[in-house]
Write a protein that binds this ligand. Structure first.
Ligand code: WT7
Length: 660
């Protein structure tokens, strides 16, 4: 709560410098207000104009928005286009063939440049190879790849032939990968032998092997393997293919498959408040429009910019602001294989200096850990590097505390770069609330104002708007082109999760709490209101971790909550009841370590509980409901819990409060 308080009383305001306002795509607040007014006056006309301007359509659309099957909205439905054509071909056709599309820096510092022409050729070869393997429009392809040129090529190749990709982050376990392959009904998996992170080789192919051995994956007939390290891999000749061999014989010309605007470009699994991750399904036209438009509005991207988003393609940020947005905008971007702390914590600053990065986009968690590192070692302080190329800097994934914001602003941005604190979600496709660098006055810790066309509001539990200054539930009142279309194979879950009846059934529920400032209208996000945790900007469902824990033979019951953490935003704390007597001391620590490793194996290392406590039971109400509020207090180290009068078994709190 302390962090939220300090945000709410934040008084500092940073107006954009005149030099930035002058050249910005949205120049000054009147220009922002004009766009907002245009959307209010003629919502469909506004979106139609943007879609016609930003994208190249093979067949123009005649209708912008269809609300007849709400909340299953469709946009630009009779228009036809291809995402890969819009990201690659049209730039080559416009004379940008030799422009660098990707500047790839490997973990060991090796740099590879790929021009738009090269990228198109590589995408086309893989697209042809996929077709040769029988992959068709509408088929699903799972991509389990490291950050690499090949990862982007794989996504674009799917888009080129109209195959729907589902990228699974390389840190997820074989079990998570298996569940996603099964749910998506994938026909192919594209992976690598291994990935390099911080000087270490980590397996990928062997995890795919395990995932496919676990069953339910009979749909998969091809596993295409990019050779990254040359490490040993098991080979199944019936199904495994080396990527370099497969593309060697393919033509570098592949006609794009024109698809309807609503054609699913990708599915991306994300955590919800129940155990099973949701397959968030995105469209082609509406999604791509927003990926490109927000590059222009939020990042003010210009033809001479060098953009760098430090995310991984396994997350939505890597989809929208690596694979699709920068390429649709025809920009040059840096992509990075490694980690921010290898070979030392000056890596980001060194790369910005070396590649003359102008627009830099990272997560608050990375900023906070680099602040700590710079405090401990002046050698890796951003001041030691020439960061004068930077023009706009951004953050995403979680609230940024004002102290970290100020450091980012002063030490990284040199006091001259606007910070765009971009609020959005896997489901929103692209930014929904964010400053515009040449217009919006910045307030540290606030994501400021909705982008033009996004009708964000704060409501109470009945869906009524609350007055500014009062906290409530963040919603979006009208559909927008980049919103998710459905939950893959689960339309009912889509409706229930995002358009709940309690709010009237027409408001998009983001799942976050928010408050609007009474004078500026600025939004401040107050964190998730559901059972979703945010660990280093990554979403984790408490139920997912709980089900992983109870699947261990020793565990009878488990409850997972978040605890505020200085670096990772939130840390996972698990309260566990074993089927045997409550362990303490060394034995307790040993079992706790075993359970942590178990969760890592079940879901992935990001889901490992930081802290584990054992009790003979969990605190429950007389009706048997676990009192998470009390557990959150215990996780924070509160000794005198709040009201425990409804608690069936108050004595249990003492046990659970004990650290191991
Ligand atoms: C959740 C979405 C969107 C890409 C990365 C995360 C939190 C995201 C911000 C921000 C405060 C933020 C919200 C949101 N979040 N950006 N700028 N300020 N909170 O995507 O995994 O779908 O998570 O991340 O809680 O609901 P995601």
């Amino acid at each position: 709560m302390a962090a939220i308080e300090s945000v709410m009383h934040e008084g500092r305001v940073f107006e954009p410098a005149a030099s930035i306002v002058e050249t910005a795509a949205v120049s000054g607040m009147p220009a922002y207000h004009a766009l907002v007014a245009e959307a209010e006056r003629d919502y469909e006309g506004f979106w139609g104009r943007l879609a016609r301007t930003a994208l190249d359509w093979q067949t123009p659309f005649t209708k912008v928005l269809d609300e007849s099957r709400a909340p299953f909205y469709t946009w630009f439905e009779d228009g036809r286009l291809n995402a890969s054509y819009n990201c690659l071909d049209r730039h080559v056709e416009n004379g940008l063939g030799e422009k660098a599309a990707l500047i790839f820096e490997a973990d060991d510092g090796t740099v590879t440049r790929v021009s738009y022409r090269d990228l198109l050729a590589r995408v086309s070869r893989l697209a042809n190879a996929l077709k040769a393997r029988g992959v068709k429009t509408g088929d699903r392809v799972v991509i389990y790849m490291p950050m690499s040129v090949e990862g982007v090529v794989a996504m674009q190749a799917c888009a080129r032939i109209g195959a729907t990709h589902s990228v699974v982050f390389g840190g997820f376990s074989s079990k998570s990968l298996n569940e996603r392959i099964v749910d998506a009904g994938a026909v192919a998996v594209i992976t690598a032998d291994e990935q390099m992170r911080g000087g270490r080789a980590l397996p990928l192919k062997s995890i795919v092997d395990e995932a496919l051995a676990a069953g339910g994956t009979e749909t998969v007939t091809s596993v295409i393997v990019y050779r990254r390290t040359g490490g040993d891999v098991h080979w199944d000749a019936a199904r495994d293919l080396w990527l370099h061999e497969l593309v060697a014989t393919q033509s570098d010309v592949c006609a794009p498959e024109w698809v309807g605007a609503e054609h699913p470009l990708f599915i991306l699994y994300t955590s919800g408040s129940t155990g099973k991750p949701k397959g968030v399904q995105h469209s082609t036209g509406g999604y791509l429009l927003w990926a490109q438009q927000t590059m222009q509005w939020t990042f003010d991207i210009k033809s001479e910019d060098v953009f760098w988003c430090t995310a991984d393609i396994g997350w939505i940020t890597g989809h929208t602001y690596i694979c699709y947005g920068p390429t649709a905008a025809g920009a040059t971007q840096v992509i990075f294989e490694g980690v921010p702390t290898y070979p030392d914590a000056g890596r980001f600053w060194k790369m910005i200096e070396q590649h003359r990065v102008t627009v830099f986009y990272t997560a608050p968690t990375a900023i906070r850990s680099l602040i700590k590192a710079a405090d401990a070692n002046p050698e890796v302080h951003p001041r030691r590097y020439d960061l004068s190329s930077l023009r706009v800097i951004g953050t995403v994934g979680e609230p940024i505390n004002p102290a970290a914001w100020m450091w980012y602003h002063d030490e990284v941005g040199g006091g001259r770069c606007p910070i765009v604190d971009t609020f959005w979600q896997t489901e929103t496709g692209g930014h929904v609330i964010s400053p515009l660098p040449g217009a919006t006055p910045l307030v540290p810790g606030s994501c400021t104002l909705p982008l033009p066309g996004i009708l964000a509001a704060v409501v109470d539990e009945t869906g009524q708007e609350v007055p500014n200054g009062q906290g409530g539930i963040l919603v979006i009142k009208r559909p927008w082109p980049a919103m998710l279309r459905t939950v893959w194979r689960d339309p009912e879950r889509f409706r229930k999760s995002y358009f709940p009846e309690e709010l009237g059934g027409t408001l998009y529920l983001a799942g976050d709490g928010a408050v609007r400032d009474a004078t500026t209208g600025n939004f401040t996000i107050m964190g998730r209101i559901d059972d979703v945790l945010n660990i280093s900007g990554h979403r984790m469902g408490t139920m997912e971790i709980e089900s992983a824990l109870v699947s261990h033979p020793l565990v009878a019951e488990a409850a997972v909550v978040g605890r505020p953490d200085d670096t990772t935003g939130e840390a996972i704390v698990a309260f566990v009841v074993l089927k045997r007597t409550r362990p303490t001391g060394d034995e307790g620590r040993a079992i706790a370590n075993e359970l942590r490793a178990w969760v890592a194996k079940q879901i992935g290392p990001i889901a490992k509980p930081r802290d584990l406590r054992f009790g003979d039971n969990l605190p429950k109400t007389r009706s048997g409901k676990i009192m998470r509020r009390l557990l959150r207090g215990l996780a924070k180290g509160e000794t005198a819990p709040q009201d425990t009068s409804t608690l069936e078994n108050p004595a249990i709190l003492e046990q659970l409060g004990e650290a191991l």
